[in-house]
Design a protein around this ligand. Structure first.
Ligand code: ATP
Ligand SMILES: O=c1ccn([C@@H]2O[C@H](COP(=O)(O)O)[C@@H](O)[C@H]2O)c(=O)[nH]1
Ligand code: MG
Length: 253
């Protein structure tokens, strides 16, 4: 579905993003002029663009939980950026130790690393509809994805949750994550406000953002998610659905 078309370096021009954003990113150890040579992919000639949903929200806002329900119902392929990074740690790849140290500290992994992991998953998948969970974390991530992968999201979900609820959920999560402790959570919340808010605002201005009140039961929250995908039903139907219970599966009789 995808083909590599060019290499890119440097990735970000000096004119974007804004100076205040640059200061924010620098404060959290990011280098907005980070330049790297990498491959740009584009959907193959004649192929339909994939349907991409970005799933945003603070730590513990319920992104992963709601993604599971979206997958069950609509058959999108779930790509969690955090899970891909944790897999690198578990597999002791060359970036594993660096990723572990950043995650422990609640910091953002360089765009090149995360975008390449996502790109690999997108390119090797037979699916044409994706839920990209926990990405982009920063404006730099967003620009890197657009330029390297060559795709824009169709939908951006933002799970809006008060900090104290997020902290409570993360501390009760019990999945053995190295970043589920109060010290790291405080850092992640700060980084979320400073670096992810501008991304949320960007998609709001583009009319692509759907804000969901993430307080309530999992099912109540999903009731807000369901109608967001209704206008895309036809588009989502055109690709194969993995779940036979999906309301979007065409009747085979
Ligand atoms: N609506 C909800 N009410 C109460 N608990 C919830 C709700 N949704 C999810 N949880 C629980 O909160 C915890 C965090 O949820 P989840 O892992 O889905 O969040 P997340 O946004 O993916 O977090 P992270 O960014 O840290 O990966 C989990 O233990 C999950 O079971
Ligand atoms: O695009 C990304 C996604 C994640 N990270 C790092 O991983 C942790 C955990 O991410 P979750 O989405 O909460 O699973 C996050 O705090 C970052 O340290 C990243 O750098 N870039
Ligand atoms: Mg998650």
């Amino acid at each position: 579905m995808w083909r590599r078309v060019a290499s890119l370096s440097p990735m970000i021009s000096s004119s974007s993003p804004s100076r205040s954003l640059a200061r924010n990113q620098a404060a959290f150890g990011l280098n907005i002029r980070e330049s790297f040579a990498t491959e740009i992919s584009k959907p193959e000639e004649g192929a339909k663009s994939p349907f991409i949903t970005f799933v945003l929200g603070g730590p513990g806002s319920g992104k992963g939980t709601q993604c599971e329900k979206i997958v069950e119902t609509f058959g999108l392929t779930h790509l969690s950026a955090g899970d891909l990074l944790r897999r690198e740690i578990a597999m002791h790849t060359k970036n594993g130790d660096m990723i572990l140290n950043l995650i422990k500290d609640g910091k953002i992994v360089p765009s090149e690393v995360t975008v390449k992991l996502l790109q690999k998953e997108l390119e090797s998948s037979n699916s044409s509809k994706f839920l990209i969970d926990g990405f982009p974390r920063t404006e730099e991530n967003r620009v890197a994805f657009e330029r390297i992968v060559g795709a824009d999201p169709d939908v951006v979900l933002f799970f809006d949750c008060p900090e104290e609820e997020m902290v409570k959920r993360v501390l009760n999560r019990n999945q053995g994550r190295v970043d589920d402790n109060i010290t790291t959570i405080k850092k992640r919340l700060k980084i979320f406000e400073a670096l992810n808010r501008p991304v949320i605002d960007y998609y709001k201005n583009k009319g692509k953002l759907y804000t969901i009140n993430a307080v309530g039961t999992v099912d109540d929250i999903f009731k807000q998610v369901l109608p967001i995908f209704t206008p895309f039903e036809e588009q989502l139907k055109q690709s194969r659905h993995v779940n036979p219970k999906s309301p979007l599966v065409e009747n085979s009789s």
